[in-house]
Write a protein that binds this ligand. Sequence first.
Ligand SMILES: *Cc1c(COP(=O)(O)O)cnc(C)c1O
Length: 424
Amino acid sequence: MHDGGLHVEGVALTDVATRFGTPCYVYSRAALTMAYAAYRDALQAHGLAERSLICYAVKANSNLAILNLFAELGAGFDIVSGGELARVIAAGGDPGKIVFSGVGKSREEMRAALEAGIHCFNVESASELEHLSEVAGSVGRRAPVSLRVNPDVDPKTHPYISTGLKNAKFGVAFDEAFALYRRAATLPHIAVKGIDCHIGSQLLDPAPAAEAADKVLALVDRLAAAGIALEHIDLGGGMGIQYRTDEPAPAAAEYLAPMLSRLAGRREKLMFEPGRSLVGNAGLLLTRVEVLKPGEEKHFAVVDAAMNDLMRPALYDAWHDIARVGADTTAKGAATAETMSYEIVGPVCESGDFLGHDRLLALNEGDLLAILSAGAYGMAMASNYNSRPRPAEVMVDGSIVHLIRRREDVTQLFVLESTLPREG
Ligand SMILES: *Cc1c(COP(=O)(O)O)cnc(C)c1O
């Protein structure tokens, strides 16, 4: 599906556009299932599947149908807010398989997670540990805790998605973790359970994650020697995916092997928090060319999707392959179009509103385009900027298309707003 523009599984994208309109996110159930299976199989190959839990990082794509699909496959979930907790529960996820990450958990979010009975809090600071201890005391529970340690390794990815360096806002500094574990062990409403690290996202080289694992394992052993035995080791997410046809990404088995070989023969349970790698290549954004605007230096193709629908190009200068969907009843003169270099841009009033630069395509107004590999951090980051209703989302399952989120209606965008009362 990654390199095919025309069909997703057994369904033509032209049919999706006719039935559901554009812009529209299209996901493949088979691709989601296969991405999860690749993780499972890699763990199996190292004899680790039995004592591992794959916690899907909800923030990558939090649609209920996707959460429900992963829950059915046996996944746990990595959440970063009370909102994500509510979504996982609404989607039928098991609260006992949830880990809660994030640098700024509110007391209210802590309380909700404790009451739901989540598996573990990934605590990211000394202060958070004290807050959690207080909240757990006030509701008469013990909070299960991992410290998210910051192993200070460079994941060699985009600075905005690099999270494990010394100066990052995430996690507890590696040198302070040991003392904080000792403190945690003295708190009556804290149950020390594990350790966690997550060094960044879209990682293509397995070496930094393996280096982080080495540091984490050394700390686990040091803690055990001091009488603090951990039940689980959570090595986070971050595995990269292929965004460009000419830039292949490692397969899960290949990426995970150096990490997994270090974990064989240990007694702790293992956890992973993959987000992007489970959903990224399983989704695309379907959009229609509204206007072709030839220029002196650049030719613009203005499409009906924009930075508010898919923010990654504007935010990270990220690349998504863009394919013309093909034979389309509403396109005129498809055969006459000339291949040219286009700036693929949206209608939003920002120069940063682009989906792709310098793409060689033969286009007519009315053509459909598929923005590929848009399943992760696509809809999840979508906004209503410029009062644009967010796209519909559909999931293809063989030859069936399920609408999994209706297109927003303009009136829904201001339903929470009110004008000032009239004076006098
Ligand atoms: C975002 C995030 C993940 C998932 O990262 P991916 O790169 O999407 O795999 C996992 N763990 C934590 C703590 C995160 O913040």
